[in-house]
Design a protein around this ligand. Structure first.
Ligand code: SAM
Length: 185
């Protein structure tokens, strides 16, 4: 909440996601086959905890978090992870810099609705490029925005970039209720 008041334009949500939504973000992914996972906007680490619960001990977790307070908290809470205090749009640059190969999974907690379209486009196209063939991308959207023009445009971007996009059932135990887009490259 404090971080939302300080930076509403990047935090984009008044409360962290629920554990129910976090589980739905990851429960469709076969983590046994995952060597590198990237998370955008981990914030307080609700999705991070669910990812780490499932991730193989020798697999790599890379987070992209622009908020330095949150990045610091995440590193302290989860010592095994790497958190870049950087924009998700720089994912490929960071992967190259640190000699990581293609990524198996990208989990996004980004507040898409507060981003201008060119930033949305850049992050999405960089993500597709960063993913291995058959790699997967998960992101959520709040129920109330789905039928608004911006929400419909965002879904269209996903379907034009990924080979399949599935929509989960609604997670009612979240403030506000949300769905997950499950995308495969
Ligand atoms: C809506 S919060 C989500 C936090 C957490 N994943 C959750 O669901 O509760 C969005 C997070 O994305 C971060 N963020 C915003 N813009 C970003 C960007 N361009 N790149 C990386 N992180 C960003 C914010 O600092 C914030 O922590």
């Amino acid at each position: 909440m404090k971080q939302f008041i300080k930076s509403p334009a990047t935090v984009g949500a008044i409360a962290p996601s629920s554990r129910a939504l976090a589980a739905r973000m990851v429960d469709w992914i076969d983590f046994g086959a995952v060597d590198v996972v990237v998370e955008y906007g981990p914030g307080t680490g609700v999705f991070t905890a669910e990812i780490l619960r499932r991730l193989k001990p020798d697999a790599t977790y890379l987070g992209f978090e622009v908020n330095s307070t949150m990045a610091r908290h995440l590193r302290a809470r989860f010592p095994r992870i790497t958190v870049y205090e950087d924009c998700a749009a720089n994912v490929r640059g960071r992967l190259q810099e640190h000699e990581h190969g293609a990524v198996d999974v990208i989990i996004s907690g980004l507040p898409w609705a507060v981003f201008p379209e060119d930033i949305q486009d850049r992050i999405l196209s960089e993500s597709v490029e960063a993913l291995a063939d058959g790699g997967v991308f998960a992101t959520f959207a709040y129920l109330q925005g789905l039928l608004l023009p911006a929400g419909m445009r965002f879904r269209k971007k996903l379907t034009s970039l990924f080979s399949t996009v599935e929509t989960s059932r609604v997670t009612w135990l979240n403030l506000p209720p949300a769905i997950v887009y499950r995308c495969k490259k």
